[in-house]
Design a binder for this molecule. Structure first.
Ligand SMILES: Nc1ncnc2c1ncn2[C@@H]1O[C@H](COP(=O)(O)OP(=O)(O)O)[C@@H](O)[C@H]1O
Ligand SMILES: [Mg+2]
Length: 258
């Protein structure tokens, strides 16, 4: 399935990264965004998170290039783009824990995160009543969707922080969304809500890339699965094919779990 319209794609070429002299990412060629929802699968330490951080340029690449191609627009070299400019280009990654905004209410955290990414002068934008009102409606919709009882509360559990981060990602209306274990630690009900939101986003045109340890989420949600091990992309295919592949079963799924 390729969707009904051209999607924003990310191309990774010859990208390498090592830590303390050990190569942890070594990807020759990878295109993301060819299908609506792409799963990135692989054992712990395979380099999945590092690859996402390299795409966001939140850590420097050693070699290679990452480019963004948006339908009808000129290609952008993401590996030469600042992390802070990614959201403006439509490339968003979930950040797992929001630590900067501990003192703010849930509503204000979401509002600030959105205005910060969308506008150059976030505080000016947040102070603008019209902007605030428009975002508040969207934010309240998603907070309600994920079952936040009190948007004006401050205290947040780990699960609430994760959901708030997903809300932030959804509000940014990304062209490409990278999700690193978005449902880890969430209840079954919240996991289902996240999956439905991802489906909705993908069918509206967002290219989603998801890393997830809960394999049912991967098999359920993904149109294509990329299997990584030891920093390399070993194979790519539809979920059923990857799930049945002997190498994947042996090195990752374990006997009996496929
Ligand atoms: N900042 C870092 N410094 C040193 N080693 C790191 C750092 N980040 C990741 N690594 C190492 O790189 C390898 C890949 O990690 P990671 O990308 O987090 O894997 P995955 O997300 O697939 O579990 C692991 O061996 C990990 O220990
Ligand atoms: Mg990881």
């Amino acid at each position: 399935m390729t969707g009904d319209f051209p999607r924003t794609q990310i191309r990774v070429r010859d990208v390498t990264k090592s830590f303390s002299g050990r190569v942890v990412v070594d990807v020759d060629e990878l295109e993301l965004g060819v299908v609506p929802v792409e799963g990135l699968l692989g054992p712990n330490g395979a380099g999945k998170t590092t690859l996402m951080r390299l795409i966001m340029h939140s850590i420097p690449l050693e070699g290679g290039t990452v480019t963004l191609s948006r339908p009808g627009q000129r290609e952008v070299l993401l590996s030469a783009t600042r992390t802070s400019q990614m959201a403006g280009l439509g490339v968003v990654k979930s950040t797992q824990v929001i630590t900067d905004f501990e003192h703010l209410t849930i509503l204000d955290s979401a509002l600030l995160a959105v205005t910060e990414a969308r506008y150059e002068r976030p505080f000016a934008a947040a102070a603008d009543r019209a902007v605030r009102k428009r975002h508040e409606d969207e934010i309240r919709y998603w907070l309600d969707y994920f079952g936040f009882d009190d948007p004006l509360a401050v205290a947040l559990s780990g699960g609430e922080k994760k959901l708030l981060d997903i809300v932030r990602c959804l509000l940014l209306e990304p062209a490409v969304l990278l999700l690193d274990e978005p449902t880890a630690g969430l209840s079954e009900g919240h996991t289902e809500r996240v999956k439905a939101a991802v489906r909705q986003l993908a069918s509206a045109g967002t290219s989603v890339v998801i890393v997830e340890h809960d394999l049912d989420v991967i098999w359920d949600l993904c149109d294509e699965v990329i299997f990584m091990a030891e920093g390399k992309v070993l194979m790519k295919g539809d979920p059923a094919t990857i799930r049945a592949n002997p190498t994947v079963v042996e090195s990752y799924l374990g006997a009996g779990s496929a």
